[in-house]
Structures are given as C-alpha cells and as structure tokens.
Design a protein. Sequence first.
Length: 407
Amino acid sequence: MCNKIKNKKMTKIKLKYVLCLLTGLFLLICCKEDASEEHDIIVFNKKNITNIDRIEYYNLDFIDSSVFVPLETSFQSILGEISQLEYFEGRFYINDNQTKKLKVFDESGKYLFDIGKQGRGPGEYVSIRTFFINSTDRKICIIDPSSSAIHEFSLEGVFLQTKRFGSFGIGSATKAKYANGRIFFNKPVDFTQNMAYFFVSAEDYSITEWLRPYPVKPDYDMYATLMDHPFSIFDNTFYYVSLFSDTIYMYDNDREIPYLYVETGKPNIPPSYLEANSIKNEPTAALVHVWRDDRYSEGFTEIAVTSRFILTSFKFDFLPFYLLDKKTNEGYLVNTGLAPNLGIPSFVENNRLIKVWTPDHIEAYMHQIESGAVTPTESVKSLLKSYDPEFHNPILIVYYLKGLDDE
C-alpha cells in the first residue's frame, strides 16, 4: 500500500516536471518566433521598383529642401581632393588628400581653421588615413597610420593627447564613425585578418569585435579597398552590405541580422563562382569579373540610411543607384546620380545628406545649362554666375530628405 502511494506521488511529481518542461519549451519557441517577427527582412520586389532618370535637387516627392554651400576659396582654405567629410554642430570637417590637411568650415562655407598640422611633434600627424568625431567627449580623432597613433583634438582644434594603437586594422581603415561609445570601422581586404568591419572601444581603442568575412582573400602581401561607403549608422544601429550580395544587414543587440533585400532581377553569384573562375585570391579582379558578368547581380558596395530612405549602389556602376522608400515599400532605380541631382552622398546623418559638388562636375553642369539640356532654379543660376571651376573650391549640397511622418 505504501509503495502504491509512493509510486502515485512520484508519478505526479514526474508529470509536474514534464509539464514545466513543455511549458518552458513552448515559451521559448514563442519568444523565438516573436524575435524573428521583430526582425522580418524587408523585401523590395522587382515589380515595385521603378526606373527613373534622375531626382532633381528640388524634387519635393523625396526632398524637403536642399541648401548649396560654396566653400570659401583662399590661400589657406584651398582644397584639392576631398576624401572625407563630416558635419557636426554647424561645422563641416573636411579631410583633403592633396593638401594633407583637415580643414574646418562653418555652415555658410566660411573657412575657420585647420585641425593640427603635418610633422612629428606634439599635436602633429604624419598622415591622415581617416578621422571621426567623438560626440560624447566632444573631440576630433585623427587616425595616423604612419605613427600607429590616434591624435585627439578639441572641437576648436586644441591638441589633447596622442594614443598609440597596435592593430594594423585601425591603421588601414578607410572609414570610421563614432556612435554610442563605440567606433565602427571598415577594413580593406588583406592577407591577414580577412574581415570587412570591426568595432573599437572609444575608451582605449582596442578592437572588440570583427564582423562579416570577405568572400575573397589575397594569399600574398597586399590589401585592396573595395568599398567607398560601406556602412551607415542610423539611431545608433549599424547597417552594412556584404560583398556580391543584394542583402543589407544590420547589427542590433550584438547580433547580425539580415535587414533588407532588393530584387535586382538577377541571382547573386553562387559560392563556387570565385573558385571556378580562379579569382578567390584576387580581390580587384573578382570585383571587376562579377561586375562584367551579366548573368549575376554584382550586389552592393555603398549604402546610406535615413529614417525613411535607403540609398545603395555598386561601386563600378558609377551613376545608377537604388532609392528605397521604407514607408511605401516602393523602390526606384535612378539612372543619374551626379550633383546637383540626388545621389550617393559623402555624408549622411539622420535625414541630412551632404554631397560634394566638384569643380569638374560643376563645369559640366554649366555647359548643360548653356546648351539648354537642364534648367536650374534662379538661386542656382545666381550661385554659378560668378563661379570659376578652375580656381574655386567645391560646393557642398545639403539635401534634407523627407522623414517617416512626411507625406
């Protein structure tokens, strides 16, 4: 009798454990389903993508307003080749490859001062690979690969300190962006660490994480920069592309998540493609080979993210780019992205895009005006009337795109 009672009690206990286990599994599955639903990939169907010729700077369907900022031209402010542009609190910070200087202009285009200068002393740099603005600590940080150092300056250009770094990755990065206590970098393809992106602590500049391997890895001592504008940050979230793919990814809560897919009408290259064509160790050759192969999509290598729109393109396509409207789920393949028309920007922040309108492109546009091919607004006509492409600095175009709440 006692054994029967004990057996019944044991059976009840086992049933309770089984029920608890099943309940836990059920909740776990539900949570996973909820998590997957929370990050459902956005798909832009080919049937919802329209081909259009251009998006003019005054097009109110996409742009709230656009502002033209002629950069002051003087002996001190002259620019040769702008490699990076950042905007912060009403100022433009511009790294110029030709003069090897980091120059600061105000919102009207007036030249203010340089950040640091070339040299090997305190507050001097040997070279500038890229720079970023730490908005929390309000400082500008120049990455100097020749000195394996990051030089820190105040927003007014006062030298603060130099910190050494030991990673080749930091010195070879072509783009750096600060957000929420971390610095996001891209890295060229090379024979060492074959990863496209990495994150760095803003405290001690140590690398905290590597992300997204390149499909191509050189087997000899070289590196190649295959992406000019490979990632974008919106609302402290990191958005990026994977080489030879039509999928855009996001890094959220320390997880890599497929975020958006564009039906370009062609399949991505198969995994065996690079091996079959003997280009798995030739980064530049692989990029050109994929670009020329009409059977497959070349994928994306450039991206800009705003609250409502995503702009993305492939480097060698030169002019066409996709403009994707997350609010309407409609997309546009835009055939011409040369300024002053909207195109892939030099800088993106929230709904503000900034593009460098180079003297060469301005001169070509002026010829178009003369031939009657384009009709600019009166304000742009007036701006260009006294502009001399041979001597004047570039003009910055600031586009304010529509947001999610705009019609």
